[in-house]
Design a binder for this molecule. Structure first.
Ligand code: ADP
Ligand code: UDP
Length: 236
């Protein structure tokens, strides 16, 4: 597999073409941003951890019937993935009130939600990724009803699988963001990443935050939290 030209550099990853037209290589960076790019920084070793953690979780999901873009981890920071056309939605699932939902609904952070919440944001940096509902999504042509029904099914199934898996490691899954993409034959698969950048992970016993909120809110020991997640998931 040959790494060819860079297609895209995002806030957390670079995406490269390969000599196989159906595959990309993603390269995870240590750069961290928050508040739609207003806050910028570096988290030493984050790229390595997110690459390994995301692949580990995607493997677990794949084994349990969720199709993912994961093909092969080729280095500490690089992974071969199936090329998809990203569906321009941030699919957010919430078990416990935190972040923007706690603020919007006036709930105290940490309150258990009486029902799992599924939210969609339209992926558009200039608009600040606005919250949208299914009708907005159809109106935008971002996904069809059939596609969105499948995405919602996957999002809830992923929630059960991830929550159960993490519970055994004393990690509570508060909320997370996932992205889906379409392969050239139209199949919808899980893409992007699942990591402490894109999930809220709280220690089940102490309640300590083990995710990007440590960076967003200047809570200190950001690197330590990312390492702790890798240690619990991968044993190192
Ligand atoms: P952002 O674009 O928000 O700054 P990243 O730095 O993580 O985010 O950039 C990675 C980009 O690659 C994202 O836009 C993501 O949607 C996209 N992406 C993730 N997985 C795939 C894939 N398998 N095929 C094509 N694009 C992907
Ligand atoms: N999230 C993400 N990328 C985004 C926005 C949110 O990965 O651009 C994740 C975030 O890490 C959290 C969940 O989605 O796990 C819900 O985030 P929320 O809406 O509370 O946003 P925030 O508090 O980050 O503004």
């Amino acid at each position: 597999m040959k790494k060819l030209e860079q297609l895209y550099e995002g806030k957390a990853k670079k995406v490269f073409k390969t000599d196989d037209p159906n595959l990309y290589i993603v390269d995870y960076k240590d750069d961290a941003t928050a508040f739609n790019g207003l806050k910028k920084g570096t988290i030493a070793g984050k790229g390595v951890i997110n690459n390994r953690v995301s692949n580990h979780l995607m493997k677990m999901l794949e084994k349990n019937g969720i199709p993912t873009h994961l093909v092969e981890e080729i280095s500490e920071r690089e992974t071969i993935v199936k090329k998809v056309t990203i569906i321009p939605l941030e699919v957010i699932v919430r078990n416990i009130a935190a972040g923007s939902l706690a603020k919007r609904l006036g709930m105290e952070e940490g309150t258990k939600l009486q029902h799992t919440v599924l939210e969609y944001c339209y992926k558009d940096d200039e608009l600040g990724d606005p919250l949208v509902n299914e009708y907005h999504i159809y109106a935008l042509g971002a996904a069809t009803k059939e596609e969105l029904d499948l995405i919602a099914d996957y999002a809830f199934k992923i929630n059960r699988l991830l929550s159960d898996y993490l519970k055994d490691l004393n990690i509570e899954l508060i909320d997370y963001k996932i992205e889906f993409g379409k392969t050239p034959d139209g199949t919808i698969i899980l893409a992007d990443e699942i990591s402490p950048d894109t999930c809220r992970f709280w220690d089940s016993v102490t309640g300590e935050k083990l995710d990007k909120d440590r960076f967003r809110r200047d809570l200190g020991n950001v690197e330590g939290a990312y390492h702790e997640i890798m240690k619990r998931l991968l044993g190192e």
